[in-house]
Design a protein around this ligand. Structure first.
Ligand code: HSE
Length: 318
């Protein structure tokens, strides 16, 4: 297959997943941070990762086992693309942060392939390729980072078999404060901590909140959104891995957050609120609470990113 395009540079956003009550079924994209990926047609045959930055040398250059490389290999096979390609991956968020770092690279890769080779695939057609990349990092099938990074916005996964993605409208004034404490939590390990079974009484509380969160978002009812941000499944066990979790959460609520919980498998925390000013204040309050634990952190404040991945630059053949 030939293309008029020679090289493309794309960005795919970080994501907050689970959103307290929606373990494995909810996530939303934020504006920053995110990963950049460059995909270039090359005269040398084969798929080669030629540069990775921002990973402290931890990611493999073997595309078969790289979250960005895998979707590209699979898409080349699926669409009979046999020219050589070079990949650069520029990580702009830490691994194991709970912000969907591997999903951002996987989505950037699938999105870049679609644009560079003008495949005109829809998000739902790209999703399985991005999930393949994400699975390399986490070892499990969960799409609550990949789907919002790819579709943009706030996403609900009604079913995995078959995959059924629903994009939810959210209030414009909904803002998110994220704190990333400088420790690393492996998603694989954090998943092993979870109970295999939960009592019916716990399930009832959890799905009541999940349904109410959707209703709150659609009705722009901030009080209802706030009441729904409770997690009886993952937060009780995973919060123990995060120094200062209780103090950061309390600081967020004291500063006016409508709710606060762990972002993905942590260690990042997210808090929701109804204005950017308040979200700034909440982020700083969480950081002050964490400072007493002598742990560094990064802060991000963002509305829900409705765009998802985007092209930063595209060069055509002369
Ligand atoms: N839903 C996944 C988990 C997200 O909590 O394990 C991982 O980022």
């Amino acid at each position: 297959m030939r293309t008029k395009n020679k090289e493309i540079r794309v960005f795919a956003p970080a994501t907050v997943s689970n959103i307290a009550c929606g373990f494995d079924v909810m996530g939303f994209a934020i504006d920053m941070p995110g990963d950049e990926l460059v995909l270039r047609v090359s005269e040398k045959p084969g798929v080669r990762i030629v540069k990775i930055t921002g990973d402290n040398g931890r990611l493999t250059y073997n595309p078969e086992f790289n979250t960005g490389g895998k979707p590209i290999l699979s898409m080349m096979r699926a669409f009979g693309i046999d020219c050589g390609v070079e990949i650069e991956i520029h990580k702009q968020m830490p691994l194991g942060s709970g912000l969907g770092s591997s999903a951002a690279s996987a989505v950037a890769a699938a999105f870049a392939m679609n644009k560079l080779f003008e495949l005109n695939l829809s998000e739902s057609e790209l999703l399985p390729f991005a999930i393949e990349g994400e699975m390399i990092a986490s070892g499990s099938l969960h799409a609550d980072n990949v789907a919002p990074a790819l579709y943009g916005g706030f996403v609900l996964i009604r079913s995995y078999h078959p995959i059924d993605i629903i994009k939810l409208d959210v209030p414009k004034e909904l803002f998110c404060s994220v704190i990333h404490p400088h420790i690393e939590i492996s998603t694989k390990e954090a998943r092993e901590l979870l109970p295999e079974q939960i009592p019916l009484s716990t399930a009832i509380r959890q799905w009541g909140n999940t349904a109410a969160l959707v209703a709150g978002l659609l009705k722009s009812d901030f009080a209802l959104i706030g009441r729904s941000l409770e997690d009886f499944v993952a937060e009780p066990v995973r919060s123990r891995l995060i120094p200062g979790f209780a103090q950061m959460k309390q600081a967020a609520l004291d500063a006016g957050a409508i709710g606060c919980s762990i972002s993905g498998s942590g260690p990042s925390l997210f808090a929701l609120s109804d204005s950017r000013d308040r979200a700034d204040k909440i982020a700083k309050s969480m950081q002050m609470a964490l400072n007493t634990f002598k742990l560094g952190s990064d802060l991000y404040v963002s509305a829900v990113n409705t765009q998802g991945p985007r092209i930063l630059n595209c060069q055509t053949f002369a």
